[in-house]
Write a protein that binds this ligand. Structure first.
Ligand code: SAM
Ligand code: SF4
Length: 422
């Protein structure tokens, strides 16, 4: 979400006659788009702002802006701690960026944090790089779930779905500009439209699949509680829906899932995984895991590992619990010792690495259809792109042209496949 918001900021700044600079020394303005999901992310911003204080002193007249979740959460306190910041803007104020920059150029600082009554951020089209074949498409903002550990509902506001007509119009526009894959974005895509009485998520997927030129559809994030049978059924009925789902588990222990307020059990989760596997052959799974939630015992943690053994995820993001201000879990006792938490994280990551590697190895010797994203970072003579299961592939070019290439996979690393075009 922050990536697509940054692309929106880039397109707004170009309206104010700014363009991306090659280096800090060339820049007139530095904009930090921040995250506050874990404490470490928020400490990084303050350390970055410390560096920028020196830069501003050296280069008089330069500007510093801070947007995103941390800006929303810290608000005026951010300028009190870092007075050299000229602009602080919240998650719902992105559209006002050009105006705030113009004011800052006149030496008038801005702090804009209003959560309502502003232009929805999705009305600002994100900057789309030349030749892009894949693009993110915002369908919702905010979240109403209030999982006990999570700061998102406080800094991104309540859940709101974008009108389906606007989503479809953007999908058509992206297709006209050469995009072949859209990634639908929302904190809980399965509850799309429920509050607004819009079409349900599975219907939105169906309509996007009918847009001429869109051949691949992905979505993040599916909440395991709200993923319904109709949506699961689309994995078998609609070819454009990619055979990969990001389905964050967080914990494999029912006791911890209950304390987190996730609204599903281990059994519910596993039966959805099974239904998805039944709907599409070769389905790939990825997840988020949170270890060391208050009260998590070794036994709870082993349940997470055993569920991982059952699913064998292709990839995963995993984190140690980080208490966030204002959330329910921040006030809970029975904290897990940070060293213990870290040790569990390393064990989980070692298991995931084994599963990830095994899943990669299964692709060696097969033929895959790759949507080309550009030149390979490993070798400028090679191209790179993704398989329908979201695996990165670096490959030697053949004679074909166009965005889709059939590639014979010869080998794999931990994070990517290698091969040659047929
Ligand atoms: N909406 C998504 C869902 O419900 O799965 C998750 C969005 S959240 C921005 C991304 C991930 O950050 C979560 O799945 C969780 O694993 C992690 N996370 C959120 N709050 C956290 C916290 N306080 N400490 C550590 N990790 C956290
Ligand atoms: Fe945070 Fe996701 Fe839970 Fe919403 S559903 S509160 S974004 S973890």
């Amino acid at each position: 979400m922050n990536v697509v918001d940054s692309a929106r900021m880039l397109s707004l700044l170009s309206q104010a006659d700014y363009a991306a600079a090659g280096s800090l020394e060339e820049a007139d303005l530095v904009l930090l788009n921040t995250c506050s999901i874990r404490e470490k992310a928020d400490q990084k911003i303050y350390s970055e702002l410390g560096t920028l204080r020196g830069w501003k002193q050296r280069r008089g007249g330069r500007l510093v802006a801070v947007g995103g979740c941390l800006a929303q959460q810290a608000g005026n306190a951010l300028r009190a701690r870092a007075p050299h910041v000229d602009i602080v803007f919240g998650t719902h104020n992105i559209a006002r960026l050009p105006e705030m920059v113009q004011r800052a150029e006149r030496r008038e600082p801005s702090v804009e944090l209003a959560m309502e009554g502003d232009v929805a951020h999705w009305e600002v089209a994100p900057h789309l790089p030349e030749g892009a074949t894949s693009a993110m498409l915002t369908i919702m903002q905010g979240c109403d779930n209030f999982c006990a550990y999570c700061i998102v509902p406080y800094v991104r506001g309540s859940e709101t779905s974008r009108p389906s007509a606007a989503v479809l119009a953007e999908a058509r526009e992206l297709a006209d500009r050469g995009v072949r894959e859209v990634v639908l974005l929302g904190q809980n895509v399965n509850s799309y439209g429920k509050k607004e009485g819009e079409i349900p998520f599975y219907e939105l997927l169906r309509r996007i699949a009918e847009v001429d030129g869109i051949s691949r559809i992905r979505f993040v994030t599916s909440h395991p509680r709200d993923l319904d049978d109709r949506t699961i059924g689309l994995f078998s009925d609609v070819e454009a829906i990619c055979p990969h789902i990001h389905l964050p588990l967080q914990s494999g222990s029912d006791r911890i899932l209950g304390a987190m307020g996730r609204g599903y059990t281990r059994g519910d989760y596993l039966s959805k995984v099974e239904a998805l596997r039944g709907a599409r052959r070769g389905m790939a799974f990825s997840s988020d895991f949170l270890v060391g939630f208050p009260g998590e015992t070794e036994r709870d943690f082993l349940e997470t590992l055993s569920l991982m053994e059952e699913v064998r995820y292709d990839s995963a993001f995993s984190f140690c619990f980080s208490p966030r201000p204002g959330t329910k879990a921040a006030g809970l006792g029975d904290r897990v010792d940070p060293a213990e938490s870290r040790e569990r994280l390393l064990r989980l990551q070692a298991l995931q690495e084994r599963h990830g590697r095994e899943r990669m190895e299964e692709a060696v010797g097969t033929e895959v259809v790759v949507l080309v994203e550009g030149t390979s970072a490993k070798d400028p003579e090679m191209l790179c792109g993704r398989t329908p299961c979201h695996k990165m592939v670096n490959f030697t070019k053949g004679k074909e042209s166009g965005p889709f290439r059939t590639v014979h996979v010869r080998s794999c690393g931990l994070h990517s496949l290698s091969g040659e075009e047929r």
